[in-house]
Design a protein around this ligand. Structure first.
Ligand SMILES: Cc1ncc(COP(=O)(O)O)c(C=O)c1O
Length: 426
């Protein structure tokens, strides 16, 4: 492929890209590319890394002896697209985790500096200043910094829940508003609500997209799968929405934003992936989208921690990986069940707060009764009850992921009592 990845993208996809997205490319004769050409040459004075006189990578012993991985592998730069073996493996793992992806053409995941960075790259590639992102009104607060602040995007919200389920009608309505290009973000299991749609709700979500496509809309959907796999109830979708949306229509580009941050409990490793799919995507178009992503990435992070990528690749190849992961899943599921039990055991709590629907992920939210100020309860919890939760507008978000099982009943008791205190003080 030359420096014109646009030549390989159909007009349906090209018009979804921002101005920057349209011009993004990975320099074919850039330093990384020229260094790759010179790999294995007797005399190689290309890239800005340093070698010892014996040709081994230069490293400080005090750093090298800390890590049980080959310095020759992890000390140099990682390729701009990410380590090839990790990209290959993550792609394979995506299909294992989402069996219905088998047979769907997906791009090779490009490695990003975790999900936040992936989202920000999407901001660059798909938004011109002032364009809208359709999003439920309960969303991860950092979307504001990523999209609104850094990319000048307007976050257009619809009410998240309707009749104790996901508000598909709200999504549908936003999709059908005037304007051809629609950019949507969906995040399940959700932060902050801990909600993932039920199987039947997914059918409705897909139908809403189909209706919008039939009405002539051109759509990009960012599928933020940060908490993928942490589903605790029957009847809730187990696979990513990427499976359903990635093979729906040539006018709907689905982008899976995911990574090991939460899935594999490595929050500080800063590795994530961006993977593309749309119906009828050719190999060349997939490569063009990968190239644009890597080009955008080369212009900010340059490339992503080789050490983190190498450690993950090694871990994924470990025979113990699956069992260890299952064990942590069970720990989180037990906590989830304890939250449900606590709420069932204490019907009186509903006098002070109600739980929003939740069935998955790291979190759940409670809505306090209308006549108390959530900010006061939040402060009282900190000051008098030794209890920290997150205040999200008029909700309290409780991360049961980070609370030991035995503390869970006390957490809710404290919220109940603090709300009572605030009410009595009024
Ligand atoms: C919904 C959601 N998306 C993305 C992220 C960002 O993840 P990362 O730490 O990999 O950047 C988070 C982190 O809290 C999140 O909750």
């Amino acid at each position: 492929m030359n420096n014109e990845p646009n030549d390989f993208l159909p007009s349906e996809i090209l018009r979804l890209l921002s101005k920057k997205g349209k011009s993004a490319f990975f320099p074919k004769m850039g330093i990384l590319a020229q260094a790759a050409k010179a790999k294995g040459k007797r005399y190689n004075a290309t890239i800005g890394t340093a070698k010892d006189d014996d040709g081994s990578v230069m490293s400080l012993k005090s750093i090298a002896e800390l890590i049980d991985v080959d310095p020759e592998v992890v000390f140099p730069y990682a390729p701009g697209f990410g380590r090839p073996e990790l990209r290959e493996l993550w792609q394979k793992m995506l299909v294992e985790k989402n069996p219905n992806l088998a047979g769907v053409k997906i791009s090779k995941p490009v490695v990003t500096g975790a999900l936040t960075h992936g989202l920000s790259l999407l901001g660059l590639l798909f938004f011109n200043e002032g364009e809208e992102l359709i999003c439920p009104d309960l969303y991860w607060g950092n979307y504001r910094l990523v999209f609104e602040h850094w990319h000048g995007v307007e976050i257009k919200t619809y009410q998240t829940f309707k009749d104790s389920g996901f508000n598909v009608a709200g999504l549908r309505e936003e999709l059908l508003t005037s304007g051809d290009k629609k950019v949507v973000i969906l995040n399940f299991p959700n932060n902050p609500t801990g909600y993932t749609p039920l199987n039947e709700e997914v059918l409705e979500i897909v139908a809403a997209f189909e209706e919008a496509l039939a009405a002539g809309k051109q759509i990009v959907v960012f599928i933020d799968d940060a908490y993928f796999g942490l589903v605790y109830e029957e009847g809730v979708i187990q696979e990513s929405l990427f499976v359903r949306l990635g093979n729906l229509n040539k006018n709907l580009l689905a982008v899976k934003v995911d990574g090991p941050t939460k899935e594999d409990y490595v929050w500080g490793f800063r590795v994530g992936f961006l993977t593309y799919a749309y119906k009828g995507m050719s190999d060349e178009a997939a490569e063009a989208l990968e190239e644009k992503t890597a080009g955008a990435l080369r212009g900010n992070a340059s490339n992503i921690s080789n050490l983190s990528q190498s450690l993950l690749y090694k871990a994924y190849s470990s025979p113990n990986y699956e069992a260890e992961k299952q064990e942590k899943f069970e720990t989180l599921k037990e906590r989830y069940k304890e939250v449900k039990k606590t709420l069932t055991d204490h019907p009186e709590y509903t006098e002070m707060f109600t739980a929003l629907p939740f069935n998955s992920g790291y979190f759940m939210c409670v809505k306090l009764r209308d006549d108390v100020d959530p900010a006061k309860v939040y402060q009282l919890l900190l000051d008098e009850y030794d209890t920290g939760v997150i205040l999200c507008d008029d909700l309290l978000r409780i991360a049961f992921s980070s609370a030991p099982l035995k503390d869970i009943p006390h957490l809710y008791e404290n919220i109940y009592k603090a709300t009572q205190d605030v009410l009595q003080d009024k």
